[in-house]
Design a protein around this ligand. Sequence first.
Ligand code: AMP
Ligand code: MG
Length: 664
Amino acid sequence: MTTSKRHPIVEARQEQFLNVLDRDAAHERFEAHIDAAPLAAEHVPLDGALERTLAEDIASAVDVPGFDRANVDGFAIRSADTEGASADAPVRLVLNDEVITPGRNPAAAVEPGTATVVATGGMLPRGADAVILVEDTDLDGDEVLIYRSLAPGRFLTFAGADIARGETVLFQGQVIGSREIGVLAAIGMDPVPVVRRPRVAILSTGDELIAPGEPYRTGHIYDSNSHILAAAVRELGGDAAFLGIWPDDEAQLQKQLCAAVRAYDMVLLSGGTSKGAGDVSHRVVNAAGAPGVLVHGVALKPGKPICLAVCDGCPVVVLPGFPTSAIFTFHEFVAPVIRRWSGRPPERRETLEARLPVRAQSEIGRTEYLLVGLVETDDGVAAYPTGKGSGAVTAFSQADGFVTIDAMTGLLEAESTVQVQCIGERRGAADLIAVGSHCVGLDLLLGRLSRDNLSVKAMHVGSTGGLVAARRGECDIAGIHLMDPDSGEYNRPLLTEGLCLVPGYRRMQGIVFRKDDPRFQGLGLDAILRLVCRDPDCMMVNRNPGSGTRILLNRLLGDNRPPGHSVQTKSHNAVAAAVASGRADWGMAIDVVAWKYDLGFVPVQEEHYDFVVPEGRLQRPGVRRLMELLQDPQTRADLAALGLRLDPQENDLEPVAPQRAGGV
Ligand code: AMP
Ligand code: MG
C-alpha cells in the first residue's frame, strides 16, 4: 500500500468517521445512558389537560348518572299500577304533592296508586320504577289519567348505567383528546394526573440560516429544521423551546449549549456536525458535560453524521443539517426517548408488502432508508421512491413510508417485492377487544395490558351481550358470569362450538342492604328471606332477566315476588347504588361492590367470572398476554387484594373447550 499526501479535508473526514457504528450498536450505546422511565406525574387543571398523557389509570369515584334519572317529562309511577291501561280505559292515579325538577331530591315515595310529577333529568322517588310521558296522560283535579301500560324501567336511566363507581374509564398512557376531557369532567375529575412533559431545547446552527418571516437573502437558507423538530417534539408529547439560530462560532455556541444542558431535559442541535470548514457543533458538546460524545457517525443513509451525546445526564443530539437527514435521525434516535419520557407507548409502524416498480441503487456498507410514496394498482400496492436526496425538505413530508435496504445490499431490482414501513401512527383494531360484563378485575387486567403496550378496547354490555359478541367472532374476550339454570353451573355449559373458556376468578354474591337499616340487623340469610317476603315496605331492586344474579335470587325466593321484584337494573353497581341511595332496601350484588358503597352484606354463593374466547382468536397477542397475566403471581395477588378469589394456580394454560356442541 502506498502512502500519498492527502488533502486536509480528506484527512479530517477519514479521522472523524473512523468509528462509524451500525444503527443497533449506536442505539444501544446511547440508550444505556438514558433513563427509561416516564417523567414524574403532575396535576394539571382539566381545561389544560388536552393532549397530555395520563399518568395513571382513572377509575370513577362516582356513578354516572349518580341517581335513577327520568329521561322524559312526565310522572314517576309504579309500572304495576298501569297494567291494562289504554286510551279507552285509562288508569287513575292520585297525584302526590310534589314536583321533582333536576337537582331536587324527592321527599316522598310513590306509593301504590300514586304518581309524582317529574321533569327530564329529575331523580326518581322511591317506589317508582318507570316514568310515563306527559303526552300519554291527562290531569283531572288531583288525579292523573294514564292511557298506556308501561314496563318496569321505561323512560328512566338507572344510577351507574353510564359509568359505574370504581369503573376504570381511562388508562395510563392514553393521550387526552376532547372526548377524554368529556369523560374526565363527567366523573368530576379536576385536576388531572398527567406525565410531566419533557422540556426539549432546540438550537439551529449555520451562518447561512435565516428565520422564516425574514426577507430572503441570496445565498441563505430558511431555517426549517428547528421548526419541524419543535413541531415533532410537541406531537410526541414534549415541550419544545426554540433557543434561536446561532452562527458557526464555537465560543457562542459553547455558552448556549452549557446553559441549555442545565435548564432542559434534552438539547437538540442541527447542523455543523460534519467536519467541513466551520462545522463546530460536535466540538462544543464534549465541553458541556460528561460523558460527552458517545457516538459520532452511524452507518445510515440518510443520517450518517449524527452525533449522540449525554452531558451531565442531559441527552444532547447534534442532528445533521440536511433536512431529510435531520428528521429521519430524529425519528430514529430521539423520538423514542421523548415518547417514553412523556409516558406514551412506542410508535408502532404498520408494515405492508409492496412492489417496487423501478430499480433502486444503494451504497454498500450503510443501512439505507429509501423513502417511497404508495400507490394502489390493479396488482397490489406499488412503492415509488420519492427521495430527492438527504438535502431535500419535501422528501420526508411527501413520503408514505420507507423501505430499509440493509448494509450489504447494493441494488433492488425493478419489480422486486419490498416491505414498506408506513410513516405515521397505525390506527388499526385494538390488540384486545373485550365485550361483556364489567368487573374491577377485568379493569386491572386491561390496565396491565395497556402498560405492556397492547392497545385495549372494552365495551361493557353485560354477560349475555358478551357471549353473543363472542359467538359472532366480534370480540377477543367476553367476560361473563352466567349461571346455567338447569345445572346451576356457571359459564361452561353456555359455550357453543368454536368458543373456549379461559378460567377467571370467583366473586362472592350476597344480599346487600344499608348498614343502618334496623330491620336487617344481625339477620342471617334465612331470616332475611323471611323478612323480605313478609314486609310489604321492604323494597327490593332486581337484575335483568338472563343475569346469573337474577337466576340465583329467584331460586332463593321460590314463588315469592317481594315489592320491587320487577325493577331491572343491569349491573351489580346499579343494585348497590339503588340500595345506598334509599331507592330500594335490598338486592343482590357481589361483595366488592357492597364494600365500595359501604353496604351491609350477607354472603350467599360464589359466582364464576370467566372469559369466553373465540377459538380463532386464542393466539392473538392480547389474548395470550391476558392468559399469562392470569397465571402471573403478582397479578394474582393484586386480583386477590380486590376480593376476587382465584382457583389454585393451574400449570395447564390450555383453555376449556365446550362440553357439548349446540349449547343454549
Ligand atoms: P451542515 O450539517 O451544517 O454541514 O449542513 C448541511 C446542509 O444542511 C447545508 O446545506 C445547510 O445549509 C443545511 N442546513 C443546516 N441547518 C439547516 C436548517 N436549520 N434548516 C435547513 N437547512 C439547514
Ligand atoms: Mg452548517
